[in-house]
Every structure is written in C-alpha cells, then in structure tokens.
Write a new protein. Structure first.
Length: 102
C-alpha cells in the first residue's frame, strides 16, 4: 500500500503545505508515500515520485476531485502498473451528496 499526495507547486519533492503534516507522519511510521505535481497532471503528465511498485495498491490523499478527474487519476495510476483502493464509482458515491442522500 502507498499513499499518494500532491506536491508543493514550487518544491516538487515536498508535499503541498496542507498535506505536509499527514505526509510526514506517514513517512515517520514507515508508510510508503509518493508525490505528484497537480499542475502537471492537469496538463496530462503524471509522474509520481517515487514510482509505484507493480500491482501496488494506491490511496489518494489529496484535494477533492471531480469524478471525471478522479477517473483520470485512476487510469494514470493503473497505467503505471498499480491499482487504486477506491475506484471511480466508490469515490463518486462517497463524495457527492446526490449519490448517497435520497
């Protein structure tokens, strides 16, 4: 299992400030973490650092995305040989009120 965080837009080897405390705590207890540049992802480029292991399960821990953007992220992760813990349908159901509140 690996946690995936957005990086600081100016210091790509550091987590974005809002996620830094959680990222550092995860690293401290020995969890694998990767960073990616959100602006690069929005432009169609996805380069997680460090890279994922083959078939590794990834948990996204960043800003809320639209279901379509999350699906792009899921596809990008899968293109790198890993898999997401939460697939698009689950993400949409848990994050969008009309999906779960009748």
């Amino acid at each position: 299992m690996r946690l995936l965080y957005p990086s600081d837009p100016f210091e790509k080897n550091k987590p974005e400030e809002s996620f830094a405390e959680e990222y550092n705590a995860a690293i401290k207890i020995g969890l694998k973490c990767s960073l990616f540049v959100s602006d690069d992802f929005d432009a169609g480029e996805f380069k997680p650092r460090p890279r994922f292991d083959e078939n590794e399960e990834i948990i996204y821990r960043g800003w809320m995305l639209t279901p379509d953007n999350y699906f792009q992220l899921q596809n990008s992760i899968e293109a790198k040989g890993a898999k997401v813990l939460t697939v698009k349908a689950q993400y949409k159901f848990c994050h969008y009120l009309p999906e779960w509140y009748s």
